[in-house]
Design a protein around this ligand. Structure first.
Ligand code: URA
Length: 256
Protein backbone atom coordinates (compact mmCIF):
# COMPACT_ATOMS: atom_id res chain seq x y z
CA UNK A 1 0.00 0.00 0.00
CA UNK A 2 1.49 3.38 -0.93
CA UNK A 3 1.63 6.17 1.62
CA UNK A 4 -1.34 8.12 0.22
CA UNK A 5 -3.46 4.97 -0.10
CA UNK A 6 -2.55 4.19 3.50
CA UNK A 7 -3.56 7.68 4.60
CA UNK A 8 -6.93 7.29 2.84
CA UNK A 9 -7.43 3.88 4.44
CA UNK A 10 -6.57 5.16 7.91
CA UNK A 11 -8.79 8.21 7.68
CA UNK A 12 -11.63 6.15 6.25
CA UNK A 13 -11.41 3.68 9.15
CA UNK A 14 -11.26 6.61 11.61
CA UNK A 15 -14.36 8.13 10.03
CA UNK A 16 -16.14 4.77 10.16
CA UNK A 17 -15.33 4.33 13.84
CA UNK A 18 -16.52 7.89 14.51
CA UNK A 19 -19.73 7.06 12.64
CA UNK A 20 -20.22 3.90 14.71
CA UNK A 21 -19.77 5.96 17.84
CA UNK A 22 -22.25 8.58 16.60
CA UNK A 23 -24.72 5.81 15.94
CA UNK A 24 -24.55 4.85 19.60
CA UNK A 25 -22.03 2.00 19.51
CA UNK A 26 -19.38 2.48 22.17
CA UNK A 27 -17.49 -0.77 21.79
CA UNK A 28 -16.48 -3.03 18.96
CA UNK A 29 -17.75 -6.60 18.80
CA UNK A 30 -14.99 -9.09 18.02
CA UNK A 31 -16.32 -9.77 14.54
CA UNK A 32 -16.71 -6.07 13.76
CA UNK A 33 -17.36 -5.27 10.13
CA UNK A 34 -14.65 -2.80 9.29
CA UNK A 35 -15.11 -1.01 6.01
CA UNK A 36 -13.17 -2.23 3.01
CA UNK A 37 -12.03 1.21 2.04
CA UNK A 38 -11.31 2.52 -1.40
CA UNK A 39 -8.09 1.06 -2.80
CA UNK A 40 -8.20 -2.08 -0.64
CA UNK A 41 -7.54 -5.21 -2.66
CA UNK A 42 -10.85 -6.64 -3.94
CA UNK A 43 -9.85 -10.09 -2.73
CA UNK A 44 -9.44 -8.86 0.85
CA UNK A 45 -11.80 -10.32 3.46
CA UNK A 46 -15.32 -10.17 2.12
CA UNK A 47 -17.60 -8.86 4.83
CA UNK A 48 -21.26 -9.75 4.35
CA UNK A 49 -23.53 -6.72 4.34
CA UNK A 50 -25.50 -8.24 7.17
CA UNK A 51 -22.41 -7.86 9.36
CA UNK A 52 -21.65 -10.61 11.82
CA UNK A 53 -25.16 -12.07 11.77
CA UNK A 54 -25.01 -15.12 9.55
CA UNK A 55 -27.91 -16.94 7.96
CA UNK A 56 -30.48 -14.19 8.26
CA UNK A 57 -33.28 -14.02 5.74
CA UNK A 58 -33.11 -11.03 3.44
CA UNK A 59 -34.20 -7.89 5.27
CA UNK A 60 -34.99 -9.86 8.33
CA UNK A 61 -32.19 -7.99 10.03
CA UNK A 62 -31.64 -5.16 12.41
CA UNK A 63 -29.52 -2.41 10.97
CA UNK A 64 -29.67 1.28 11.51
CA UNK A 65 -32.25 3.02 9.34
CA UNK A 66 -31.44 5.25 6.40
CA UNK A 67 -33.05 8.13 8.34
CA UNK A 68 -30.61 7.59 11.17
CA UNK A 69 -27.67 7.58 8.78
CA UNK A 70 -28.96 10.77 7.13
CA UNK A 71 -29.30 12.34 10.54
CA UNK A 72 -25.76 11.41 11.51
CA UNK A 73 -24.47 13.13 8.36
CA UNK A 74 -26.21 16.31 9.52
CA UNK A 75 -25.02 19.46 7.80
CA UNK A 76 -21.91 17.55 6.77
CA UNK A 77 -18.68 19.55 6.63
CA UNK A 78 -16.37 16.53 6.70
CA UNK A 79 -14.70 17.44 3.42
CA UNK A 80 -14.12 20.42 1.15
CA UNK A 81 -16.98 19.48 -1.22
CA UNK A 82 -19.39 20.82 1.40
CA UNK A 83 -18.16 24.36 0.64
CA UNK A 84 -19.58 24.39 -2.87
CA UNK A 85 -22.77 22.42 -2.53
CA UNK A 86 -26.35 23.61 -2.64
CA UNK A 87 -27.73 20.29 -1.41
CA UNK A 88 -26.27 17.13 -0.03
CA UNK A 89 -27.53 14.26 -2.21
CA UNK A 90 -28.04 11.37 0.17
CA UNK A 91 -29.75 8.81 -2.08
CA UNK A 92 -33.28 7.94 -3.10
CA UNK A 93 -35.52 4.95 -3.52
CA UNK A 94 -36.67 1.87 -1.71
CA UNK A 95 -34.91 1.39 1.67
CA UNK A 96 -35.37 -2.37 1.17
CA UNK A 97 -34.34 -2.49 -2.47
CA UNK A 98 -33.00 -5.74 -3.87
CA UNK A 99 -30.91 -3.71 -6.27
CA UNK A 100 -28.85 -0.57 -5.69
CA UNK A 101 -27.30 1.64 -8.38
CA UNK A 102 -24.20 3.55 -7.31
CA UNK A 103 -22.98 6.48 -9.38
CA UNK A 104 -20.03 8.80 -8.98
CA UNK A 105 -21.34 12.01 -7.46
CA UNK A 106 -24.06 14.60 -7.96
CA UNK A 107 -23.96 16.86 -11.00
CA UNK A 108 -25.48 20.35 -11.25
CA UNK A 109 -29.11 19.18 -11.48
CA UNK A 110 -28.71 16.76 -8.60
CA UNK A 111 -27.00 19.44 -6.48
CA UNK A 112 -29.91 21.79 -7.17
CA UNK A 113 -32.62 19.22 -6.44
CA UNK A 114 -30.95 17.13 -3.74
CA UNK A 115 -31.75 13.91 -5.56
CA UNK A 116 -29.44 11.55 -7.46
CA UNK A 117 -29.66 11.06 -11.21
CA UNK A 118 -32.33 13.61 -12.03
CA UNK A 119 -30.52 15.31 -14.93
CA UNK A 120 -29.86 14.04 -18.45
CA UNK A 121 -27.86 11.04 -17.23
CA UNK A 122 -30.74 10.34 -14.86
CA UNK A 123 -33.17 10.18 -17.76
CA UNK A 124 -30.94 7.53 -19.35
CA UNK A 125 -30.76 5.63 -16.07
CA UNK A 126 -34.57 5.80 -15.80
CA UNK A 127 -34.82 4.29 -19.28
CA UNK A 128 -32.46 1.47 -18.29
CA UNK A 129 -34.48 0.76 -15.14
CA UNK A 130 -37.75 0.77 -17.10
CA UNK A 131 -36.23 -1.47 -19.81
CA UNK A 132 -35.39 -3.93 -17.02
CA UNK A 133 -39.08 -4.09 -16.14
CA UNK A 134 -38.44 -2.24 -12.86
CA UNK A 135 -39.57 1.07 -11.41
CA UNK A 136 -37.24 3.74 -10.08
CA UNK A 137 -39.07 3.61 -6.71
CA UNK A 138 -38.33 -0.12 -6.44
CA UNK A 139 -34.56 0.27 -6.55
CA UNK A 140 -32.22 2.52 -4.56
CA UNK A 141 -29.95 5.08 -6.23
CA UNK A 142 -26.98 6.80 -4.63
CA UNK A 143 -23.43 7.94 -5.32
CA UNK A 144 -19.91 7.42 -4.02
CA UNK A 145 -19.85 11.05 -2.83
CA UNK A 146 -22.85 13.02 -1.69
CA UNK A 147 -21.79 16.53 -2.69
CA UNK A 148 -21.06 17.86 -6.14
CA UNK A 149 -17.39 18.01 -7.08
CA UNK A 150 -16.62 21.40 -8.70
CA UNK A 151 -16.87 21.25 -12.48
CA UNK A 152 -17.88 17.59 -12.15
CA UNK A 153 -14.26 16.55 -11.59
CA UNK A 154 -13.55 13.13 -10.08
CA UNK A 155 -13.88 13.10 -6.29
CA UNK A 156 -10.49 13.23 -4.56
CA UNK A 157 -9.05 10.71 -2.11
CA UNK A 158 -9.85 12.73 1.05
CA UNK A 159 -13.42 13.31 -0.17
CA UNK A 160 -13.91 9.61 -0.90
CA UNK A 161 -12.48 8.73 2.51
CA UNK A 162 -14.87 11.11 4.29
CA UNK A 163 -17.95 9.96 2.38
CA UNK A 164 -17.64 6.22 1.71
CA UNK A 165 -18.24 5.14 5.35
CA UNK A 166 -21.75 6.57 4.94
CA UNK A 167 -22.23 4.73 1.65
CA UNK A 168 -21.19 1.53 3.38
CA UNK A 169 -23.68 2.17 6.19
CA UNK A 170 -26.44 2.85 3.63
CA UNK A 171 -25.65 -0.41 1.87
CA UNK A 172 -25.59 -2.26 5.18
CA UNK A 173 -28.98 -0.78 5.98
CA UNK A 174 -30.54 -1.58 2.60
CA UNK A 175 -28.85 -4.96 2.42
CA UNK A 176 -29.35 -5.36 -1.35
CA UNK A 177 -28.87 -8.60 -3.22
CA UNK A 178 -26.86 -6.87 -5.94
CA UNK A 179 -25.23 -3.55 -6.76
CA UNK A 180 -24.73 -1.92 -10.15
CA UNK A 181 -21.67 0.34 -10.22
CA UNK A 182 -22.31 3.03 -12.81
CA UNK A 183 -19.13 3.97 -14.61
CA UNK A 184 -15.39 3.76 -14.11
CA UNK A 185 -15.19 5.87 -10.98
CA UNK A 186 -17.88 4.08 -8.96
CA UNK A 187 -16.62 0.65 -10.06
CA UNK A 188 -12.98 1.39 -9.30
CA UNK A 189 -13.79 2.95 -5.92
CA UNK A 190 -16.12 0.19 -4.73
CA UNK A 191 -13.78 -2.55 -5.93
CA UNK A 192 -10.49 -0.92 -4.94
CA UNK A 193 -8.95 -1.34 -8.35
CA UNK A 194 -7.61 0.74 -11.21
CA UNK A 195 -8.80 -1.72 -13.90
CA UNK A 196 -10.55 0.05 -16.78
CA UNK A 197 -14.34 -0.14 -16.85
CA UNK A 198 -14.19 -1.97 -20.19
CA UNK A 199 -12.50 -4.85 -18.36
CA UNK A 200 -14.55 -4.67 -15.16
CA UNK A 201 -18.00 -4.60 -16.78
CA UNK A 202 -19.87 -7.76 -17.72
CA UNK A 203 -18.68 -9.74 -14.69
CA UNK A 204 -19.80 -9.91 -11.10
CA UNK A 205 -17.31 -8.68 -8.50
CA UNK A 206 -17.54 -8.53 -4.74
CA UNK A 207 -18.22 -5.63 -2.38
CA UNK A 208 -18.39 -6.80 1.23
CA UNK A 209 -20.02 -10.02 0.12
CA UNK A 210 -22.52 -8.36 -2.23
CA UNK A 211 -22.23 -9.03 -5.97
CA UNK A 212 -21.37 -5.89 -7.94
CA UNK A 213 -21.92 -5.55 -11.67
CA UNK A 214 -19.94 -2.65 -13.10
CA UNK A 215 -21.33 -1.12 -16.26
CA UNK A 216 -20.89 2.00 -18.36
CA UNK A 217 -22.08 5.29 -16.87
CA UNK A 218 -25.29 6.71 -18.42
CA UNK A 219 -23.30 9.87 -19.33
CA UNK A 220 -20.98 7.71 -21.40
CA UNK A 221 -24.00 6.37 -23.30
CA UNK A 222 -25.12 9.97 -23.86
CA UNK A 223 -21.71 11.03 -25.13
CA UNK A 224 -21.64 8.05 -27.50
CA UNK A 225 -25.25 8.05 -28.56
CA UNK A 226 -24.30 7.62 -32.21
CA UNK A 227 -22.84 4.21 -31.33
CA UNK A 228 -25.34 1.67 -30.02
CA UNK A 229 -22.54 -0.76 -29.01
CA UNK A 230 -22.06 0.48 -25.42
CA UNK A 231 -25.82 0.59 -24.91
CA UNK A 232 -26.09 -3.10 -25.79
CA UNK A 233 -23.17 -3.90 -23.49
CA UNK A 234 -25.05 -2.17 -20.67
CA UNK A 235 -28.12 -4.18 -21.57
CA UNK A 236 -26.10 -7.42 -21.42
CA UNK A 237 -24.88 -6.40 -17.96
CA UNK A 238 -28.45 -5.65 -16.82
CA UNK A 239 -29.71 -9.00 -18.13
CA UNK A 240 -27.07 -10.69 -15.95
CA UNK A 241 -28.44 -8.74 -12.99
CA UNK A 242 -32.03 -9.73 -13.81
CA UNK A 243 -31.07 -13.40 -14.11
CA UNK A 244 -29.17 -13.23 -10.85
CA UNK A 245 -32.23 -11.73 -9.14
CA UNK A 246 -34.41 -14.36 -10.82
CA UNK A 247 -36.47 -11.67 -12.51
CA UNK A 248 -37.87 -11.94 -16.04
CA UNK A 249 -35.57 -10.66 -18.77
CA UNK A 250 -37.56 -8.47 -21.19
CA UNK A 251 -36.71 -9.26 -24.76
CA UNK A 252 -34.90 -6.55 -26.71
CA UNK A 253 -33.94 -6.95 -30.32
CA UNK A 254 -30.95 -5.20 -31.70
CA UNK A 255 -31.57 -3.62 -35.11
CA UNK A 256 -29.03 -4.82 -37.67
N1 URA B 1 -23.87 11.31 -12.38
C1 URA B 1 -23.63 10.58 -11.27
O1 URA B 1 -22.67 9.83 -11.20
N2 URA B 1 -24.50 10.70 -10.26
C2 URA B 1 -25.58 11.49 -10.30
O2 URA B 1 -26.32 11.53 -9.33
C3 URA B 1 -25.80 12.22 -11.48
C4 URA B 1 -24.94 12.12 -12.50
Amino acid sequence: MTQSFKAVAVSSVEEYLRALQESGLDGLPEAVALPRVAFAAPQAVAIPLDGAVAGEAHHDHKHESLEKIRKSLGDCQRCKLSKGRQNLVFGAGNPQARLVFVGEGPGADEDRQGEPFVGEAGQVLNRIITAMGLKREEVYICNVVKCRPPGNRDPEADEIAACTPFLLRQLQSIHPEAIVALGRFAAQTLLGTKEPISRLRGKFHDYHGVPVMPTYHPSYLLRNRADSGPFWEVWEDMTQILRFLKLPVPEKTRKK
